[in-house]
Design a protein around this ligand. Sequence first.
Ligand SMILES: [Zn+2]
Length: 421
Amino acid sequence: MKNRIIVESVSVGTHTLDIGFRTEGDISAYFTDERIFRCEYSADISALPEAVAVVPFVCSVLPLVWLTDAELTAGSIDKDFHDCLPHVRRGYEDMYPMLQFRGRLKAGLCLTRVRHAKNCAALFSGGADAFCTMFAHLEERPALITIWGADIATCDTEGWHNVSSRAQHTGRQYGLDNEFIKSNFRELLREDRLSALVSKSGDGYWHGFLHGIALLGLCAPIAFTGQLDTLYIASSFTTADKGKIKCASDPSIDNHVRFCGARVVHDGYDLNRQQKIELICNAAESTGYTPEMHVCWQSSGGGNCCRCEKCLRTIYSLLACGRNPSHYGFGLWEQYIGSSRRTVLREATYTTLWNCISERLGQQPAESLPEGVLWLRGRDLRRLQQRYRRRPAALLSRLRHLVGSRVISPAVTAAVRLRRR
Ligand SMILES: [Zn+2]
């Protein structure tokens, strides 16, 4: 049976958007049992035309449609969005030449361009990249759009409360509007099966295929009601990573997305992570307001755990700029900095990001830095990791992983321990 997704109903309320759909063929296996795509907007979206209302749903299933050569049918679709799709798809094709992107969208075209649109908005998670984009475009007064249902599950009310109140606080500090969106878009999909489907790519489905386009799509109703000319999405990577790192949010994809006449800008790609942190610190000083960043997705509750690789990356960056991480939302950093070396050596995969930090640490006098970070100062992380992985304990652990832990007797472990002494 041909793979099909059919939009059956579009219901727009004052703040709600429900899309009923059904699936046919093998594609159904990638969905959970739920067949209603739901969104809630803090903005009044009651005037939304159907052609725009379906864009969030279409974006959340688009990579799946392409990967399974499916047909997606909807009553009507925004013409700008429809016309941008071949370019967006080319971004995916160039990034993942080992996979095929086919399938099509069947819908009547409708021009929903907003006249005299002049506003801008920025996706705002509260992380370092988002703050950098906010500060870089502060004079354009971007509305800050924060989404519940992406990195924070819709059942994590405490986490959402913390993230949304921090976003609101930031909005108030800078006189910027906040927009909030809640959606079950991730909960409709079987991400484990989808990641298996794209295993050849070497990346998971959420990170490598979905998050960028899905988050942008959720903003389409705001582009219409908020009369947006530009929508910024902060980059996580930089030009130096081009071709090396695969990520669903990439200039080759995001910069082609269009809806209701609004364009999308993948912002800050020319700055590396360390330069972004410097920009934030400098902006914080000149504006007199120090932002509390939220970068951690390991801890529920919306705080920073201060010990995962992502927290440590930001803590090290702040220290490299000579700033106190406690002032930027990392209150527990001193507790974990002593054991951070092992986490970074084991878990850091984006070595180019870490090497920018290492270089900046090298410019700081050693005596001004905490002892726990000196091991990285001016060193190449990739080399340090290679050496770390060649240690007898690391080799043993890998061997154990390969043959099953029971095969290697405790006697061998003891012998290795003895040799190390
Ligand atoms: Zn963390």
